[in-house]
Design a protein around this ligand. Structure first.
Ligand code: RP5
Length: 160
């Protein structure tokens, strides 16, 4: 059983979505990765969503660029929480994808992160899984402490 499903509209999105994969690996959260499009392979996408939900998956991270319907279509096909990652691509450089993903109609939410914000997408998924995993909550608190220490160390270096 994989806890997190990562789906992207094209293999060209992979270099961005890899940031989410790295976070899940770092926290030891099980995941699966799928390339499937809302436009080019709709049935295949819907089949993957129902299969992922059926096998006990808990959270989906969906990344897409341009007219980015994938996260919304996925959210419409499941009641699992869906995190949307707008991918920077095309003439509008991700603003189109951001608007498409963040402006979901009432009733079908997608938790949207920033353009190319796959790292935060991964972290948000880990935080959702941590709701029922005490060890993961501790690991997240440690992560925050390490991050704060990094800021302090950089500040200290500037003062010298
Ligand atoms: C979207 O169109 C994909 O998510 C990708 O970001 C964008 C371009 O796709 P490719 O033409 O690179 O496959 O559906």
């Amino acid at each position: 059983m994989n806890q997190v499903g990562i789906v992207m509209g094209s293999d060209s999105d992979y270099s961005v979505m890899e940031d989410a994969i790295k976070v899940l690996k770092e926290f030891g959260v099980s995941y699966e990765v799928k390339v499937s499009s809302a436009h080019r392979t709709l049935e295949r996408t819907l089949n993957w969503v129902s299969g992922f939900e059926g096998q006990g998956g808990k959270v989906i991270i969906a990344g897409a660029g341009m007219a980015a319907h994938l996260p919304g279509v996925v959210a419409g096909a499941t009641t699992l929480p869906v995190i949307g990652v707008p991918i920077r691509s095309g003439a509008l450089e991700g603003v189109d994808a951001l608007y498409a993903i963040v402006q979901m109609p009432p009733g079908v939410p997608v938790a949207t992160v920033g353009i190319n914000g796959a790292k935060n997408g991964g972290l948000l998924a880990v935080q959702m899984i941590a709701l029922s995993d005490q060890n993961l909550r501790v690991a997240l608190k440690d992560y925050r402490v390490t991050m704060a220490e990094g800021v302090e160390a950089k500040d200290k270096a500037l003062q010298e």
